[in-house]
Design a protein around this ligand. Structure first.
Ligand SMILES: [Zn+2]
Length: 253
């Protein structure tokens, strides 16, 4: 190789290296630079690994809440990067130390892990129409927090919820009747809403959805002494959240 060609090749390699370096920085994204999860494991900042027991123990309920908020910002801005790779599957198979448990509605339009930009081993997700609470859900939440170390319970309702609309319409059908009866107290106890109290009124459906989230949180505190005590001790937080269908944004209540 003659000297001009050698110089040109060296220059091209240097430019390629510079571009690769910039891409690497950009792929981290501004929201992730401030994400507490990445400070926990700064040595391997890009891998977004499955948590170990020690890493889980180092997180606080507020840190986890911040991680979920950052994750939802990624989801809304179409910046999802977590991939459930085969190596992630193998690491998670050794044990699970999820950060949070999400009690979500059954709705197919609410992909819970994606909504918070989380992957395998990150979240417990309990799903039931209308994000209601019953004995089995309470047992699942207690398992997630008391046994498996999750520190945040999020009761996640959503816009245009069919279960809420059916409860407003007082639908009676098979086992759906008993399921909707757990939402009905959010409707019958409400005295605040002024206006058309039908499922055709979007504002009313929205209002009852928020009331129902509150009802579930109240039921968790009243019917689970274990979770109530953990919350009182600051070991866990219990929060409500509302998923906006059109934007994908989660509003924490
Ligand atoms: Zn729903």
């Amino acid at each position: 190789m003659n000297t001009p060609k050698l110089l040109l090749t060296t220059l091209l390699i240097a430019v390629a290296g510079l571009i690769a370096c910039q891409n690497n920085n950009n792929s981290l994204g501004d929201s992730k630079k401030n994400n507490p999860e990445f400070k926990v494991d700064s040595a391997d900042v890009l891998s977004e690994k499955v948590l170990t027991a020690e890493q889980q123990a180092a997180l606080t309920p507020d840190t986890i809440l911040a991680i979920l908020k950052t994750g939802n910002t990624d989801f809304v801005s179409d910046a999802l990067t977590i991939r459930n790779t085969s190596s992630r599957i193998r690491k998670a198979a050794l044990g699970q130390y999820p950060k949070a448990v999400i009690l979500s509605c059954l709705d197919s339009r609410v992909p819970v892990e994606d909504v918070f930009h989380r992957g395998i081993g990150d979240l417990f997700v309990a799903r039931v129409a209308g994000n209601i609470v019953n004995e089995d859900i309470l047992g699942s939440l207690e398992y997630a927090c008391k046994v498996s170390g999750s520190k945040l319970i999020v009761v996640l309702g959503h816009e245009h919820c069919g279960a809420i609309k059916s409860a407003i319409d007082n639908v009676k059908l098979g086992n759906i009747t008993a399921m909707l009866s757990k939402i009905r107290p959010a409707i019958t106890a409400d005295t605040q809403f002024i206006g058309d109290k039908t499922s055709a009124n979007k504002a009313y459906v929205h209002h009852i959805c928020l009331e129902n989230i509150e009802l579930s949180i109240q039921n968790i505190r009243e019917k689970s002494p274990i979770l109530k005590e953990m919350e009182a001790n600051g070991e866990i937080k219990i929060v409500g959240a509302f998923y906006e269908m059109e934007t994908g944004k989660v509003e924490f209540l």
